[in-house]
Design a protein around this ligand. Sequence first.
Ligand SMILES: Nc1ncnc2c1ncn2[C@@H]1O[C@H](COP(=O)(O)OP(=O)(O)OP(=O)(O)O)[C@@H](O)[C@H]1O
Ligand SMILES: [Mg+2]
Length: 249
Amino acid sequence: MSNIVSFINQKGGVAKTTTAINVAAQWSQLGKKILLIDLDPQASATRAIFGDNEFENTIYDVLTSEIEAKEAVVHSESFGIDVIPSEIMLSGIEIILSSKFGRESILKRGLAEVKDNYDIVIIDCSPSLGLLTVNALIASKDIVIPVCPEYFSLKGIELILETLKNIHTGLGHKINVRGIIISKYRNRRIVEQVIQDLRSNYSIPVFNNYIPDSIVVEEAHHKHLPMRKFSPKNPAGLALANLAMEMWA
Ligand SMILES: Nc1ncnc2c1ncn2[C@@H]1O[C@H](COP(=O)(O)OP(=O)(O)OP(=O)(O)O)[C@@H](O)[C@H]1O
Ligand SMILES: [Mg+2]
């Protein structure tokens, strides 16, 4: 896997943030140095990790070139990772970026001087394929796509692949889909159906470790802890740990 990986799906609530922050915490336990970038104006990752703390510097300031990325980095002891937090101001940034030169590669340029300090930089994207997410894609070589089988749509995957194709032809940047993460599943039969649909339509790999639906995941967010600390033996906690190993391989 390359140094920067984005967690992407324009569908909301499919566990992008949950998998991103927990995989990050698992990798950190393996001794890897991880930077997580919260690129969502909802700031769900920032809140899951730090609660209601406010930050002087955020990814907004990096994207508007007010500061260098390293000035926005904060450390989370409990997750064992560095984070560039988000804030609600980010919801207005697309208008600001849209008039800038090289507007699709502003994040990439912003991260250029910090990325080599880390084994991996993880970008948690918002549920959109707008300019902010395009910036994440241009900064990344790899993406992973979390999906929930209970409300899975092939059309949604097609839209992501179409965006990747447009970025390749329009901007000359090739992105590798590392795999699909099956998350929040309740019924294994539905999972098998989704995997069959994916296999017969595309050649995207699906990670073998599926994350079951568990209320404990929500509780861990409220306690601002990774699953590996909050409930490591819970089936969702175990699955996240195994997924992190599988993704690293
Ligand atoms: N395995 C799981 N079991 C139960 N609940 C889960 C699980 N994974 C995530 N959730 C819950 O589902 C909700 C959505 O998860 P999350 O915020 O990770 O999705 P998202 O794709 O990042 O959403 P958004 O598109 O809004 O950014 C959250 O309340 C989260 O706690
Ligand atoms: Mg999210």
